[in-house]
Structure formats: structure tokens, C-alpha cells
Design a protein around this ligand. Sequence first.
Ligand SMILES: C[S@@+](CC[C@H](N)C(=O)[O-])C[C@H]1O[C@@H](n2cnc3c(N)ncnc32)[C@H](O)[C@@H]1O
Length: 239
Amino acid sequence: MSEIEAKLEMRKLKPEETPQSLAQEGYNSSAYRYLDWNSSLEDDPRVEWLQKLFDRLWENGALDLSTTKALDLGCGAGSSTLKLAQTCAHVVGVDISSAQLELAKTKLKDAGVPSDKYELLEADMMTPEFADGCFHAICAFYSIIHLGLNDQRTLLERIYAWLEPRGLLLFNTAAQASAAEGEVMEGWLGMNAFWASFGQKRVLEVVQEIGFETVDSDEIEVEGDSDFTWIIARKPASN
Ligand SMILES: C[S@@+](CC[C@H](N)C(=O)[O-])C[C@H]1O[C@@H](n2cnc3c(N)ncnc32)[C@H](O)[C@@H]1O
């Protein structure tokens, strides 16, 4: 447990709460606080891992700017959405927090990304209906962790369907497994944040049970926070 977490009260979800209601409320009220914290991180592993993803897409022959489609689940203030938009033909960012999406919109606009290169969707990531095989790459940074474990598995199955054969998933999750149902960290960056994780060993098994091949994974400490497992998984060419 990190120093930040050690000071936090952990508790169970209350009956009137859901992981989604806490995420929406929390990130709407703490959007700027999260942005400040995130921007202060040195050596953010996402830069290296996005590059690994782009390298793999090149290998796949998928990184043709006229066609590559990406999805960023829980896109937050859009730092990864921007990199995806600058590299791929089109990116869809999904987030449950309107405040986070406003920040993402500003980030993309300020960077001069043409509006037809991206779509920002305000939704619970469990709800969008995308066609099978419609994305080459799907990312989820520090976001799947805010879902319950059953939803995480269901989402990973949906992601598998949304990827084209040889499509790539890049995501991270807490390396340490959570208490079975997940728990609420009271007062993390001023919000009550639900988190759950299968933990490093089990999440790799789940990814493989769904049908993915794991092409890369590592456990990395994020400054001032817990260790996160980073995973790139590929949908096989034929299934
Ligand atoms: C820790 S932030 C990470 C944001 C961004 N991916 C990044 O790495 O900077 C988690 C984001 O996931 C979003 N989120 C949490 N639960 C969600 C859900 N069920 N559906 C969509 N977005 C969700 C939050 O609103 C928040 O913007």
C-alpha cells in the first residue's frame, strides 16, 4: 500500500452507491485536482506504453493514418486521447464525467486536432454498443479499476468483440488484488473512489481465458501511488 493510500479510509460500497455513481460524482467534482496530480507525475509510464502500442500497430500493418480507429475508455482529461488522435485516423473517447470530457475537448481543440478525428462520448463504459471488429486499438488507463470485477470481465469480453482480428488492447490495473467486491477509498484526491482489481496474476489469466494473447506486461510503480500492472493483449488473427 502506498503512503497516500495508507492515510485513506477504506470502506465497502453503501447500498445507495454504485461504482459508476461514485466515479461520476467524484471526477466531476475533482476533475482539476486529478489533472494537477496527473500532470505532476514524472516519467508517466503511459508515454512508453503508448509507443509500444503504436510499434505493435505498425507491425500489424494497421497504422495507416487513413484507417486506424482507436477507443479510449475512461478517457478523462484526454491526454491519451490526444496522442491517439495525433497518431490514428479516428479516436472515440468515452467517460462518465462531463467535467473530464470538457477538459478533454479543450485539450484536443487547443492542440488543433480537427473535430472529425475524434468523438467524445459521455457514458458509462459498460453501455456503448459498438460493432464487432470496429477498432484496431483500445486503451483504458487507470479506468477499468473503477468498475466491479464482474463488470471488468464483461467489459474485457466486449473489448475482445469490438477489436478487429489482430487488434490490440492496452490497459492497466492495480497489481495488488482488491478485497473481493472492491472497496471505496474515502478522500482520495477529494473524492470517494471505488476501486477493484483481479491483481496481476489473475488479470493475466482472465485476459487469456477470454481469448487474448498477452504480448507484453509489466508491473510499474506510479509516483506516490500503488503499483500498476500494464498489459498489451492481442486478439488472435482468427478465432
Ligand atoms: C483515474 S482517471 C483516468 C483518466 C485517463 N484515462 C488518464 O489516464 O488520465 C479515471 C477516469 O475513468 C472515468 N470512469 C470511471 N468509471 C467510469 C465508467 N464506468 N464509465 C466511463 N468512465 C469512467 C472517470 O470519470 C475518470 O475520468
